[in-house]
Design a protein around this ligand. Structure first.
Ligand code: 13P
Length: 256
């Protein structure tokens, strides 16, 4: 059976000065030297991308945008296109993060257009889904995740085009930045549901290959237990990715 290579990804959100970003990427590059069998990715703010690429030297760290527009160019003040991300050497793009959905009112229909544009450009989407605390407490978790998946991958489903390189991230909104992590069992249950959804809508081969990351208060102390679950293939880390030592410890979870 083909193995899914684990991925540890850092979402820096709207944090860090230019100099802090440079220091952080240098300490990550140094800290992961010799580390094998884990893909490492960071998503810095747009304005830091080129600088971060330069500062990492020869380190094999993937770069991602935190968002993008679905058009290639045009009169969209304040937006960045997938092509621009690629010019800044990004191979991946985070789409549908709950902060985009909730604060910036992005709908799953908009995210669907973005997923399609990213895929057209061969930019790998890291598509985020997750329920709020209210939805979880009302027993709606699976219905919410299903609807987000159904709507965010409409174009893929029509074309039967989901690539095995596509990455999904389960980020329960109540676990983001709250210090409250989903238990490994709670996370695994939703990851398994997402994999089953891929199998139902695409095929078993794709479902077996797509990586599903967990995000929400991941730290050095809880990563190993999360990663021991069969359907958790990595982590999308927010707060703990802003410090070199904690991010490197998370990346080296197998050694802990
Ligand atoms: P925290 O790790 O700070 O909870 O953030 C998670 C997240 O939103 C990553 O995209």
């Amino acid at each position: 059976m083909l193995e899914r290579k684990p991925m540890i990804a850092g979402n820096w959100k709207m944090n860090l000065s230019y100099t802090q970003a440079e220091n952080l990427i240098k300490s990550i590059a140094e800290g992961i030297e010799g580390l094998e069998g884990v893909d490492i990715l960071v998503a810095p703010p747009f304005t830091h991308l080129a600088h971060v690429r330069q500062a990492m030297g020869n380190s094999r760290i993937f770069l991602a945008g935190q968002n993008m527009h679905w058009e290639m160019s045009g009169a969209y003040t304040g937006e960045i296109s997938g092509r621009m991300l690629q010019e800044a050497t990004c191979t991946h793009v985070i789409l549908g993060h709950s902060e985009r959905r909730i604060i910036f009112k992005e709908t799953s229909e908009m995210i669907d257009l973005k997923v399609r544009a990213a895929s057209f450009l061969s930019l790998i989407p890291i598509l985020c889904v997750g329920e709020t605390l209210e939805q979880r407490e009302a027993g709606q978790t699976f219905a919410v995740i299903k609807e987000q998946l159904d709507l965010s991958f409409q174009n893929f489903r029509a074309d039967e085009l989901m690539r095995p390189s596509t990455i999904l991230a389960y980020e329960p909104v109540w676990a983001i930045g709250t210090g409250r992590t989903a238990t490994p069992d709670q996370a695994e249950e939703v990851h398994r549901f997402i994999r089953q959804w891929i199998e139902n809508n695409f095929n078993t081969g794709t479902a077996a290959l797509v990586r599903i990351l967990y995000g929400g208060s991941v730290k050095p102390e809880n990563i190993a237990e999360l990663m021991s679950q069969p359907d958790i293939d990595g982590a999308l880390v927010g707060g703990a990715s802003l410090k070199g030592d904690s991010f490197v410890q998370i990346a080296r979870y197998k050694e802990g």
